[in-house]
Design a protein around this ligand. Structure first.
Ligand code: AMP
Length: 194
């Protein structure tokens, strides 16, 4: 199974991506987790990322692809698939990923799970998460900026993937279990899971 979880911060990409990956034995590849780990390891590359992550801005594509493509490709080789979460995040990244992973490695996405959640709900969820996890980029100002970045740079991907006929729109403003059932039903209808 090769999926992309697409949605704004706080929409449940991580929650549902993790659950799907555990249930189906494929790797959950979260670009945010990979970038935060690189930063925490204090590598020269990690140090370059610090400013972008702190502000909630997108990191440059070359750094991102250098880190993420090998992870996605080896996940597919080792476990038969991947659940990408947060990557690609712009139309330019989507076109490049389609070329480098989809065509060159013959590992195209089968479906894009697009989680739709109203912005006030996202803001509340992220503020709640900040209290529990204490993520440095979960302050009200940076959350608002990340939501703006999503609207401006990532939301156009919805049309892009609809055009490629692999979009699976999901109402993400329901209980976690209801959202999960809707995702699984959609994937089953497309023959991606039994
Ligand atoms: P996330 O955990 O998905 O909210 O991502 C946290 C941060 O990692 C984002 O605010 C960006 O700074 C960076 N990031 C994650 N994925 C990408 C991506 N596909 N392109 C550029 N930057 C990214």
């Amino acid at each position: 199974m090769r999926l992309l979880m697409l949605g704004p911060p706080g929409s449940g990409k991580g929650t549902h991506g993790t659950r799907l990956s555990e249930e189906h034995g494929v790797v959950h590849v979260s670009s945010g987790d990979v970038l935060r780990a690189e930063l925490a390891n204090g590598t020269p590359l990690g140090r370059k990322l610090a400013g972008y992550l702190a502000k909630g801005d997108l990191v440059p594509d070359d750094v991102l692809f250098e880190l993420l493509v090998p992870i996605a490709v080896s996940a597919a080789q080792d476990t038969g698939g991947f659940i990408a979460d947060g990557f690609p995040r712009t139309p330019a990244q989507a076109r490049r990923a389609y070329q480098e992973i989809g065509i060159d490695r013959d590992l195209p996405l089968q479906a894009v799970v697009s989680l739709v959640v109203p912005e006030p709900v996202l803001m509340q969820r992220l503020l709640d998460r900040a209290r529990v996890q204490g993520r440095a980029d979960d302050t009200p100002e940076i959350i608002q900026h990340r939501l703006d970045v999503f609207r401006e740079q990532t939301e156009p991907l919805v049309d892009y993937y609809r055009g490629r006929r692999i979009l699976l729109p999901i109402d993400g403003d329901q209980s976690t279990d209801e959202v999960y059932v809707e995702i699984k039903t959609g994937l089953a209808e497309r023959g991606i899971i039994p």
